[in-house]
Design a protein around this ligand. Sequence first.
Ligand SMILES: *Cc1c(COP(=O)(O)O)cnc(C)c1O
Length: 370
Amino acid sequence: MTSLLAPEHVRAIAAYQPGKPIEELAREYGLDAADIIKLASNENPLGCSGRVRDALCQAAASLQGRYPDPNGFDLKADLAAHHRVPADWVTLGNGSNDLLELASLALLDEGTSAVYAQHAFVVYRLSTQARGARHCQVPARDFGHDLPAMLDAIAEDTRLVFIANPNNPTGTHVPPAQIQAFLQAVRDRHGNQVTVLLDEAYDDYLDPEERADSAQWVRQYDNLIVTRTFSKAYGLAGLRVGYALAQPGLTDLLNRVRQPFNVNALAQVAARTALADTDFLAQTYALNRQGRQQLQEAFIALKLDFVPSHTNFVLVHVGDAARINGELLRRGIIVRPVAGDGLPQHLRVSIGLPQENTRFVQALTSILHP
Ligand SMILES: *Cc1c(COP(=O)(O)O)cnc(C)c1O
């Protein structure tokens, strides 16, 4: 077996479990794909904006067989203006997942460690393990990040701390003042020995008063990487584009380990158009707020505990999650089991269109109260 030749730290990895694709469920259960609803991968139920669709059609017609711009000049310029930072503080990624990998490639190897929270985004563990680095998982508090405990968990060999704010799969959010205090404390105790990666994949779903000016923190701390994605609120999950903001020292390290053409030409066009379409973003935000209330009210009516969500999904306690997930699949509804995240009694339900949320709630009700 070739697997036996792989390093021990690679053999120890449990591969990422994606949300089940609609076509796969249709094949497995003999269902019509058109009748299946997927509330499993925190995608935007509106899809992407019409303006993005138009821009993509035009760009597709003029592809000409060339490589994409390896430096993403135009997109970086737009993002730099958006966040009011210099363009050479921006790194583009093939999804923000790419940037998590780049950070761990640039900063970790055997003999180092990364710190992250229990029930935090699973890629932090995966990318740490892939480097052969030690991973230090700090117990969650109320399903969220316990930043004081994470600060204390930083060891001599720690080079990277991952924070998801808001967090996936729990939907929790740490207020900006606590993040700021953490960044300052890491700086005071460890100088720039330890890099903090603040993953803000769900920032666009926060209420305005909950949002932080994280670009300001990047100006203040040269050991901070902030990541964002176009996959969630911007609806570009299928195109794979995200970005990081960091000062030139860290940005230079990320670029050393980056594949030259990691963001394809269509993704660059789509991201520029999406960034400019503020109406679509506002529509997405409003729809999500309404859907979140719909789901959370339904869970209250069903007497199910849930973690109050700051994102476009809700983590709900259902008890026998494996059985209930199976029953939902039979009814053509895909949600996300999270046993692999240490939450065997919960399901993570992405917020869909109102009628999709209704169908999910009706199905769940019929399973719990047959
Ligand atoms: C979805 C997600 C990402 C990555 O998404 P990409 O599609 O790779 O940009 C990163 N972090 C968190 C917490 C996420 O939930």
